[in-house]
Design a binder for this molecule. Structure first.
Ligand code: SF4
Length: 115
């Protein structure tokens, strides 16, 4: 069983890798990526809701969304302070904005995989 420090470290590594992927997604020129989103047509209140139930409901949709990384990139670069973006709720988005992205060319990447 992982202790809380190890769990926190793994959480931050996961977010750092996700940030790397999101920031390195190719821009979709002249294409409205929101038209491809899994949440298209759904009630916006779910994604901007303030209750735990809304947040959990929104986070169930994002894993099957093909534009998840674009969505997450938007939230990171535009400092979105409300709602669920790219499958992350605001507490995760606040963390991901602060940490360095972690990708295959980073020297710490392999170390992180063996944690
Ligand atoms: S990842 Fe973004 S665009 Fe996709 S379903 Fe979630 S909130 Fe909607």
């Amino acid at each position: 069983m992982l202790d809380s420090r190890a769990t926190e470290a793994m959480y931050r590594i996961e977010l750092a890798e996700l940030k790397y992927k999101a920031l390195n997604t190719e821009p979709i020129a002249a294409v409205d990526w929101t038209k491809e989103s899994a949440c298209r047509g759904m009630e916006k209140q779910i994604f901007y809701g303030e209750t735990r139930a809304d947040v959990e409901e929104a986070k169930k949709v994002c894993p099957r969304c093909i534009v998840r990384l674009y969505c997450l990139k938007e939230a990171i670069v535009n400092n979105e302070e409300f709602g669920v973006w790219g499958g992350l709720e605001q507490k995760d988005l606040r963390t991901i904005r602060k940490i360095e992205p972690l990708g295959p060319n980073d020297s710490t990447y392999l170390l992180s995989l063996s944690y």
